[in-house]
Design a protein around this ligand. Structure first.
Ligand SMILES: Nc1nc2c(c(=O)[nH]1)N[C@H]1C(S)=C(S)[C@@H](COP(=O)(O)O)O[C@H]1N2
Ligand SMILES: [Mo]
Length: 426
């Protein structure tokens, strides 16, 4: 197809045509007659039947979204959540509906290693212990932690399983296991300095309240650099599913390391074989170093898998980009399967190890095309294609697509001439 890259100027010129009432697909407003309260309204999937009383004491004290907004999290990997035993497994965030870089707390993905009951922790009873190879073993109450100097930073969390793959049909299946929030808490370095890390202390093991689960080995350098012992998320206390009352945030590293319901940090001399370290993800310290950090990554969130374009014309292509190494410096978009690339517009000042929202003005002429995005991060790393990842790891055609570390390959979305959108890898 002919590559058409409407930049802002072109779009402004077209503004006149828009105002003149030309049909432009998605831009066409949907006009509904005003419905007097009490009258029947057509129901959308997931929409609440009852009209809430927005003037009730309850909703004035603590609000809820409009009942017409139906975006919800969904279990991924084909595993029901909760399962028949009440265990919660990985549940994806509906990024296809997200606007901007911050995931609303109620829609942040939920990741639990091998399934979990979400613990009900009384913050008055909760303690964080720091021990092992330190000069002073310390035990903090929540109150004590909240009195300490804090930081507030935007960071994404992403599960190692989140990736482009031919089997995954929708965005929530391929990329729903990442979310971005504004986290507030105490830098772990502040606590470790207070405890005094000994010469021999080279790793830490962080552990949540569940037995064994949530324990991970992490290098002391990273602990001293930017890990946050966080108690707040998007301006309020962390939600139970995200680790209330306390979690570790390990910026840019795979999600399993961001231990929720954090209760213990042990400074140790070597890579431990914890439940997460051994068997689940990796077996050796060398591999661990390879696989912790998430490379430059991005995905187009609209249009994305299983969506339907209503017709030809103008669309704002939207997406998210991130990198475990630093901030996003550039995002490029292709509409012809990677032959030609154009700069996308970035929203706001990209933050280190945080999602950055991007957009790209596109006019669809009705021919079949392949939409792709790629992220270039602050150290100049470029997000690879699936073919490049295959070559790098020497994976033969037909062989299991298994990489050491993160698969950050590009997700292509195919737009067919009837406007249907499917996974371009399938
Ligand atoms: N204590 C504890 N921490 C945990 C887990 C867990 O099961 N228990 N799951 C991990 C996994 S696999 C991921 S991907 C992230 C998900 O964080 P989120 O649920 O806030 O999105 O938490 C990590 N921290
Ligand atoms: Mo995960």
């Amino acid at each position: 197809m002919a590559v058409d890259r409407p930049d802002r100027r072109v779009f402004l010129k077209r503004g006149a045509a828009l105002a003149g009432g030309l049909t432009l697909g998605a831009v066409e407003p949907v006009i509904r007659e005003a419905t007097a309260s009490g009258q029947e309204v057509p129901m959308a999937k997931g929409q609440s039947q009852e009209i809430p009383d927005y003037s009730s004491d309850e909703l004035i004290a603590y609000g809820e979204r409009a009942r017409f907004v139906t975006s919800v999290r969904e279990p991924v990997n084909g595993r029901p959540s909760p399962d028949e035993f009440g265990l919660v497994f990985h549940v994806g965030s509906p990024l296809q509906d997200q606007v901007g870089a911050i995931t609303p707390s109620a829609l942040h993905y939920i990741g639990t290693t091998r399934g979990s009951f979400v613990p009900d922790i009384d913050p008055a009873q909760h303690r964080l212990m720091i021990h092992g190879l330190v000069d002073r073993e310390l035990i903090f109450t929540m109150e004590e932690l909240k009195r300490m100097p804090s930081v507030t930073r935007l960071h994404f969390i992403e599960c190692a399983g989140n990736r482009a793959s031919p089997q995954r049909k929708t965005l929530i299946e391929s990329h729903g296991m990442t979310s971005c929030a504004e986290w507030t808490g105490v830098l772990l370095s502040t606590l470790l300095e207070e405890a005094g890390v000994q010469e021999a202390g080279k790793w830490i093991v962080a552990e949540g309240v569940e037995e064994v689960k949530g324990a991970s080995s992490l290098p002391i350098e990273k602990a001293m650099e930017d890990m946050i012992v966080a108690y707040a998320m998007n301006g309020e206390d962390i939600r139970p599913q995200q680790g209330y009352p306390l979690r570790l945030v390990v910026p840019g590293f795979e999600g399993i390391l961001s231990v929720k319901w954090l209760r213990r940090i042990k400074v140790v001399d070597e890579f431990y074989m914890t439940y997460n370290d051994y068997g689940h993800l990796r077996r050796e310290a060398d591999d661990a170093a390879l696989s912790y950090q998430i490379g430059p990554k991005s995905v187009i969130t609209f249009p994305s898998g299983e969506q339907q374009l209503p017709g030809t014309g103008f669309y704002e292509v939207r997406g998210l980009a991130w990198s475990g190494t630093g901030a996003v410096s550039r995002v490029e978009v292709s509409t012809d399967g990677g032959d030609t690339w154009f700069d996308a517009d970035l929203r706001g000042e990209p933050q280190p190890m945080a999602h950055t929202a991007f957009s790209f003005n596109w006019t669809w002429d009705g021919s079949e095309c392949m939409l792709m995005s790629r992220c270039i991060d602050s150290i100049g790393s470029i997000q690879p294609t699936r073919e490049e990842v295959r070559e790098f790891w020497g994976i033969a055609e037909g062989e299991r697509f298994s990489v050491k570390g993160q698969d950050n390959s590009i997700q292509p979305w195919r737009v067919a001439s009837d406007g249907s959108v499917t996974n371009g890898l399938a």
